[in-house]
Design a protein around this ligand. Sequence first.
Ligand code: BES
Ligand code: ZN
Length: 481
Amino acid sequence: MTVLEYAALNYQKDVTDLVEFLRIPSISTLPEHRPDMQRAAEWVAERLRRLGMDGVAIYPTAGHPVVYGEWSQAGPAAPTLLVYGHYDVQPVDPLDLWKSPPFEPTIVGDNLYARGAADDKGQLFIHLAAAQALIHRSGNLPVNIKYLFEGEEEIGSPHLDEFIDSHADLLAADVAVISDSHILGPDQPAIVYALRGLAYIEVHVYGPSRDLHSGIYGGAVHNPIQALCELIASLHDAEARVIIPGFYSKVRPLEPDERADLARIPFSTDQWLEETGVPAPYGEPDYTIVERTSARPTLEINGIWGGFTGAGGKTVIPAEAHAKISMRLVPDQEPQEIADLVAAHLKAIAPPTVRVEISELHHGDGAIIPRDIPAMQAARAAYRAAFGADPVFMREGGSIPVVATFQKILAIPTVMLGFGLPDDNLHSPNEKFNLQNFRRGVATVIHFLTSLGGQAAGQGVATDAWPESSEVSEDFGSLTP
Ligand code: BES
Ligand code: ZN
């Protein structure tokens, strides 16, 4: 039996185990889920132990723990790979839009629905399943591996840099791999070579000392919600450009070569409209949708609140109003510099009729990885072997701040070996993971490790010949889409 045949045989068991992992509501941002974070960390650590990894440990941090384990039996001549993933997930609201409960994983057709299915538990699990197949068939892995799984990615990894800095020797490796991104379509793999960074602030606007009667005071008091809306409305011009002085000054210009490469990425505006549900695209006219969403910086209002929002009317001028604003950044924009710049701008343009305060949430650096390093080529060959198609190289609009940390502290590049699909509903209701991508993901990682280790993975069974997920779905109930 080849390694791939073993993986195929083990597939149903893998899905069952993944379902168990997905049942743990490890929402990192909500304090009431702290015990679930610990449970999820223990679940991952137990998997690593069962695989025969050494040094398996749950390292406490000032936030949620880091899980570590390593395989060093490939020998000193073999390269060392650092595998990163995150076991935390996003909150589930609005809950009423979920067609099946977010923590009761449900299979419909060849899709597994659950919060964290694609982001990132399903993708993290692919690495465990691939390692298991290799270890069980050959008693060894083709490369040495260090596994680093964190529980704070979805809240900006506030304690991870410190952990990596203080465990730099433990984590020393030749290259890192992360499966936490998506490919273009079921049959079109993609390698992400750039990620955007993030700067995140909150704006607080204070007016009267208490909520006021809008009949008695209205007309002579600047309503804080109105003032906040006026501030926010002044941040973009009519062509979607951010008009904060200096916002674009450090943006590394897109070279014509790279623009030509990005223009070759298969993209359909109609499909994109369908995927997003918006009636028309928005954005900087000089850039394509692909460029706008991956290679250009943005400023977004993520939330806004204040005043009376209950049923019925209440004639009131609220005492305060608030908004969450985040900026997606591209190389070479510095998150702290941009946060300071935006904060200073908002303070400078604040009218004298209200008081404006700014607080900072979290920041993360963007990253660009050279496309010609050997590990990228190994990834390319692995995708080709498992998906039957050459991957395209693309930039990603989302952020995985640890990639920059790996570059800065460990001085290693990261290969983004993603298996999500654009319609996986990350951070949204009805998040899913496509199980064909799961099967092909396991095969891709097996090929990738084997190729990094300098051998050939050999022929296995084609992953589309693996058991259909419907054969394993009965236990999990079903749902009508
Ligand atoms: N998996 C995503 C990043 C991602 C999204 C990659 C889409 C590729 C496609 C990750 O878990 C995430 O959501 N990251 C946050 C990071 C932030 C909190 C610093 C993000 O991008 O919002
Ligand atoms: Zn993620």
